[in-house]
Write a protein that binds this ligand. Structure first.
Ligand code: IPM
Ligand code: MG
Length: 365
């Protein structure tokens, strides 16, 4: 297998973590005899600094020509503190998602048993949780027009808009996934208030008819946010719109112990994009303490979803699991019982994953 991968390190801790994603892919290539070529491109604040554009043409072209994309994170505090800035890092990511038609953002939330104590939620509530989120990624309030200021800047509006086909295509993906799992889909909306949510619910109900073996349940977003931490085990597949999905998956990160553990895949009709769901974490950038595991687990998703290499993907996930069992942690997933010598830097954790993958490959040829 020969594949070309475009790497968008982005901002903040993006460089530190994608570096390890790349090295893990190289290690896997060595073990399984794949050939990967890599190309670095700019996105976000780093792209604005270099070119004035958060998504330079060269980046978009390199993404379109790639077999897969690995992304770190975008964002920088200078924009957060100055809402008047018109050119912003996040615009690069949103335009990239839209231009590549990445309408389905898949976010698996699974607790590694070893991290039960790292979460702020009680272990007995978390144990056994395994949720697969399908977040709609190219529609809704993130993209709806008009979005503008009026009344001399004193009034602002965004538009939440969904068309039936946008709901249908993500719903089909969610139901198909549920068929391979526990066969429950929770669709999350706000149909008691929003017209776009009533279209969402009506459409999901229609799509459900094609999947009689899957049970469909509806939840309002406010209730879903509460149920998710009250009893996460009730969920199998969750399908929801862009902004609700953004919010719920950050919340759900506590079900996985830390935001630093969560990978994601954004797919559509062409090339897929793989990224950790954590942001650029400017507060810890450049310190070699960020958790690289979400990015490393994103490369596992890439191997599985984009390249159909389940065995290689499992090798990565198992390596991470083993390291956690051995007691290794990064700062974000340590708990009160973690000895300080087991708290690793970004580089140390990345190295360990690679060693583990290579060792396992040697003992089980
Ligand atoms: C995410 C992020 C992005 C989003 C930001 C960086 C634009 O929070 O991928 O969840 O809101 O989609
Ligand atoms: Mg988010």
């Amino acid at each position: 297998m020969q594949k070309h991968i475009t790497i968008l390190a982005g901002d903040g801790i993006g460089k530190e973590v994608t570096q390890w994603g790349k090295r893990v892919l190289e290690a896997v290539a060595e073990v399984y005899g794949f050939q990967f070529s890599f190309e670095d491109q700019l996105l976000g604040h780093s792209a604005i600094e270099a070119t004035g554009n958060p998504l330079p043409d060269a980046t978009l072209t390199a993404c379109k020509n790639a077999d897969a994309i690995l992304l770190g994170a975008v964002g920088h505090p200078m924009y957060d503190n100055d809402p008047s800035l018109k050119v912003r890092p996040e615009q690069g990511l949103l335009k990239l998602r839209k231009s590549l038609g990445l309408y389905a953002n898949i976010r698996p939330i699974k607790i590694f048993d070893e991290l039960l104590e790292a979460s702020s939620i009680k272990p007995e509530i978390l144990r056994g949780s395994d949720i697969l989120f399908f977040r709609e990624l190219t529609g809704g309030i993130y993209f709806g027009q008009p979005r503008e200021r009026s009344e001399n800047g004193l009034t602002a509006r965004d538009t939440k808009i969904y068309s039936k086909y946008e709901v249908e295509r993500i719903a089909h993906k969610a139901f198909k996934a549920a068929q391979t799992r526990r066969k429950i889909v929770h669709s999350v909306d706000k149909a008691n208030v929003l017209e776009s949510s009533r279209l969402w619910r009506e459409t999901v109900q229609e799509v459900a008819k094609d999947y009689p073996d899957v049970e469909l349940k509806h939840l309002f977003i406010d209730n879903a946010a509460m149920q998710l931490i009250r009893d996460p085990k009730q969920f199998d597949v969750v399908v929801t719109g862009n902004m609700f999905g953004d919010i719920l998956t950050d919340e759900a990160s506590q079900i996985a112990g830390s935001l630093g553990m969560l990978p994601s895949a954004s797919v559509g009709d062409q090339v897929g994009l793989y990224e950790p769901i954590h942001g650029s974490a400017p507060d810890i950038a450049g310190q070699n303490i960020a958790n690289p595991l979400a990015t490393i687990l994103s490369t596992a998703l890439m191997l599985d979803i984009e390249f159909g290499q389940q065995e290689a993907a499992n090798a990565i996930v198992n390596a991470v699991d083993e390291l956690l069992k051995d007691g290794y942690r990064t700062g974000d997933i340590k708990d009160g019982n973690t000895p300080s010598n087991m708290i690793l830097s970004t580089d140390q954790m990345g190295q360990k994953v690679i060693q583990k993958i290579k060792q396992t490959a040697i003992v089980t040829p």
